[in-house]
Design a protein around this ligand. Structure first.
Ligand code: 9PG
Length: 520
């Protein structure tokens, strides 16, 4: 254990090699910066009282770092920061993977699960401290930032899994001359999770789909989740030995989605690596140049791997393999990814949970206290709290909305999302062109053509071409429920962890989507 006194970094930031590190706080802390593990996990400045554990528990693996979910003290992945009464902050940030920071009884602890840990410690003005940290991360993770900012139409947030060849071809036509650079096909084209082959809804096949997109003068984008599979997939049935197990030989679950449990590939196995390489090459050969790889956290779960190595290092290695196979000329967006292991290996990273057609649901935000379930407010909150990553790579705050039909967001909330997209310079939408009024279409066109001057003026305040945008009220976390409300939350959390109930909800959602699809 290395103990660092305040005098050592008070004037000048410091870099320390240590597996465990401790810093006694010079003053009483006021706020703590929690940095969640993966894209969808909460990042936020919070007060020091414990946050409720998010519910339903069945989603923990898919939403947070499950190794730390039940800890009541403030903690986070790779870094932690404390703000004092005078406004200055103290940052303890790792420069190596498999590291975690916690605040316990006014002592800041850093711990590395890998053999070698390296830490950056700095005290002072928030923006300066983070700028210095960024410089060190840039070197350690060999970051090269591409200067491409594709404007993306993505199929997910309007049609979800109800995509098919007819509707997509139609949309691609109706998009007309709207200035998109990429048309990205999301979840719904594959046979099943694990079987990345075209399903019956796309009779002309994947190559034809990519051709169709390219014929409109744009790049073709594709979603896939290469590190997970469901038990019903051919991949799992044919290669159960490829999947991650724990010390007792039991399969590690990688969460629950699509009404099924998910399982994680052991990417340290040579046969799995070869399969991943072939998959990436296949997708490129079909003609897709923009790859959104999702549910990537599954590559970094705790388990007994073929090669004994720390879990985040193993995951990073799998990203390196996939990046090499797809080629540097592909645009690589990571999603549901542990943040640090992806630095330097992808072009863009999703930095928050999914947006939705609703601002915030009382059930999810307050009763379940879950900031990772899709909701526009949650997406804005975590994305802004990760905006400091922006100099390192292209940060993706998820899509913005323009259309009115089928959208419950108030105009000011849509505006906040659009402004966030401008600030991140990541412009994406899923709006259906055939549902847009001429006015909405022109608004979207103007947005895609904008190239404003952005300046950050405070933690959550920006100027966009001299227009002041203040997100402060958006990022606040809900007040934790008490008494009967908390009890009701517990009941809902339990119900929400029952697979049969989740399947019923999925059935209802699918019905609504089918109706939406039929109306097009
Ligand atoms: C496709 C989608 C879209 C989306 C991704 C990801 O917490 N959750 O239960 C949860 C489920 C799905 C999800 C995110 C979180 O969405 O972020 O853009 O590609 O997969 O299935």
């Amino acid at each position: 254990m290395t103990v660092i006194p305040f005098t050592e970094f008070k004037e000048k930031s410091k870099i320390i090699q240590a597996n465990e590190i401790q810093i006694d706080l010079p003053f009483a802390p006021v706020q703590y910066y929690r940095h969640g593990w993966q894209s969808w996990s909460l990042a936020a400045w919070t007060n020091l009282t414990p946050l409720p554990v998010l519910k339903p528990a069945i989603f923990h693996t898919l939403q947070v770092n499950i190794e730390h979910v039940y800890k009541s003290h403030p903690n986070g992945s790779w870094l932690g920061a404390i703000q004092f009464a005078d406004g200055n902050i103290l940052l303890l940030g790792a420069l190596t993977l498999d590291t975690h920071v916690s605040l316990i009884n006014d002592v800041l602890h850093g711990r590395s699960d890998a053999e070698h840990g390296e830490w950056f410690i700095s005290y002072g003005q928030e923006n300066i401290v983070f700028e210095e940290y960024i410089k060190e991360l840039e070197i350690r993770f060999q970051v090269v930032k591409k200067n491409i900012k594709p404007r993306v139409w993505c199929s997910w947030y309007s049609l979800y899994t109800m995509i098919d060849e007819d509707i997509l071809y139609k949309i691609f036509d109706v998009l007309g001359d709207l200035p998109f650079d990429v048309l990205q096909v999301d979840d719904g084209w594959q046979k099943s999770i694990g079987d990345w082959e075209v399903n019956g809804k796309f009779p002309a096949g994947m190559q034809a789909l990519a051709e169709k997109i390219k014929s409109t003068g744009r790049s073709a984008g594709l979603w896939l989740a290469p590190l997970i599979a469901t038990k019903s997939s051919k991949l799992f049935r044919e290669h159960p030995d490829w999947f991650l197990r724990n010390e007792r030989g039991v399969f590690v679950t990688a969460g629950f989605n699509w009404g099924e449990y998910l399982f994680a590939l052991d990417t340290t196995r040579p046969d799995v690596t070869a399969w991943l390489v072939a998959l990436m090459k296949q997708v490129r050969a079909w003609g897709f140049d923009y790859l959104k790889l999702d549910f990537l956290y599954a590559g970094a779960l705790k388990g007994k791997r073929y090669k004994d190595m720390p879990r985040e290092a193993a995951y990073r290695e799998s990203l390196r393999v996939m990046r090499e196979a797809m080629g540097l000329d592909a645009f690589f967006l990571t999603c549901g990814t542990p943040i640090f292991p992806a630095l330097g290996l992808c072009d863009a990273i999703r930095i928050g949970p999914d947006v939705s057609h609703e601002w915030e649901k009382h059930r999810d935000a307050v009763l379940l206290y879950n900031p990772s379930i899709p909701a526009t407010r949650s997406a804005i909150r975590t994305s802004l709290n990760r905006f400091w990553l922006n100099p390192l790579l292209h940060v993706d705050p998820d899509v913005a909305y323009f259309e009115l039909k089928g959208n419950l967001l108030a105009p000011e909330h849509k505006r906040l999302l659009q402004d966030l997209a401008l600030i991140c310079n990541f412009k994406a939408t899923s709006d259906l062109p055939q549902w847009m009024t001429t006015e909405e279409r022109e608004q979207l066109r103007a947005f895609l053509n904008l190239n404003p001057q952005i300046a950050q003026t405070g933690r959550y305040t920006f100027s966009i071409d001299n227009r002041v945008v203040d997100f402060t009220s958006t990022v606040a976390l809900p007040v934790p429920p008490k008494g009967l409300t908390a009890l009701w939350g517990k009941v809902l959390g339990w119900l929400g962890s029952q697979p049969f109930i989740l399947r019923i909800f999925k059935g209802m959602d699918d019905n609504l989507l089918r109706k939406r699809r039929a109306s097009l």
